[in-house]
Write a protein that binds this ligand. Sequence first.
Ligand code: PMP
Ligand code: GLU
Length: 397
Amino acid sequence: MESISKRVNSLSPSATVAMNQKSRDLQAKGINVINLSVGEPDFFTPDHIKDAAKKAIDDNFSFYPPVPGFPDLLKAVTEKFKRENNLEYTTQQIIVSSGAKHSLVNAIICLVDPGDEVIIPAPYWVSYLEQVKLCEGTPVVIEAKHEANFKITPKQLEEAITPKTKALLLCSPSNPSGSVYSRAELRALADVLAKHPRIMVISDEIYEHINFIGGHETIAQFADMKERTVVINGVSKAYAMTGYRIGYMAGPAWLAKACDKLQGQMTTGATTIAQKAAVAALTGDQSCVSEMSKAFKRRKELVVKMVREIPDVQVYDPDGAFYVFPKVNAYYGKSFNGTVINTSNDLCLYLLEHAHIAMVPGEAFGDPDCVRISFATADEKLVEAMKRMKDALIALK
Ligand code: PMP
Ligand code: GLU
């Protein structure tokens, strides 16, 4: 008899991971699927980072690492915060984990008790809601619509706060919308939070370096917010290191201590070889980061232009990250060979089966009017995929 816990039974599978797998399965059958589902850079990890990983093997970094991370990596992370964000942390305020996804769930488990509310602006990244649910917390979703450039207003935040609110989960640059909060917008949200000193902010800044409008702004920069903010970041996106699985959190020492205790019981420290590679990423030549970011900007322009050529599709031109999140609901209710497309799920399945392009349904991100397209792939593939998308949508009657 199956007897999965209620907690895990109630989780939805990750739609990004699932769509990526579906696309890989079709590719394995020899079908030419263009995979725009999963968000990961198509670039190879830069050589100096790979060399550091190889050296770590040769130097016998094969023993358990300290739970919060090797001291040189913790130091490199504090230096990164000082250099790039003008934020001072001690190494006791940093915990390195097996990817930013792991850093997030650590922070959420350490903060959220059953019944606690966590405010999550939609569209949100697929795992936020599920991680809160795993802790038996209650996600409180605020809708930031296409018309509002996918950003929440201070008024919306104020209205969502209740005595049970434990945290606000912010993601800027945002996955999936690509919206980026300005300093003034973050300050306006911080002004609301100033009236509610018990609320923490979990600030997911994994797309920090993929920003098309200028410098990155973090809510932790405000003196009154620093001790109330957990910054989540990692090396996956900026350094094309998704498979290395290194993320980190920075926040108040009491929370870092709790994450250390939790991680000590769950996974121990992150992989030694990957940690050494992350040191090289954070302390080495940073030109690879801006080069990749330049390529993402070019691809963004290409994709936005091509999506705009599809009739009845609206698209917000993203300020950061590597996704566009076009509104495609004008096609709901139309059909192909008798099959009616009613939802973004239906549309993504249709596009996968008939046009062989993989995208993620907006439903998974809390906005069923949209689909998410990752443009972290080669320009030629993007051009071909957008042509296929246009033809497939026009074929719906
Ligand atoms: N946050 C967001 C918004 C993401 O898109 C991702 C994607 N992977 C993560 C966190 C997790 O990143 P990592 O690969 O470091 O676990
Ligand atoms: N963050 C990426 C995405 O949204 C990777 C997949 C995942 O970790 O969920 O596609």
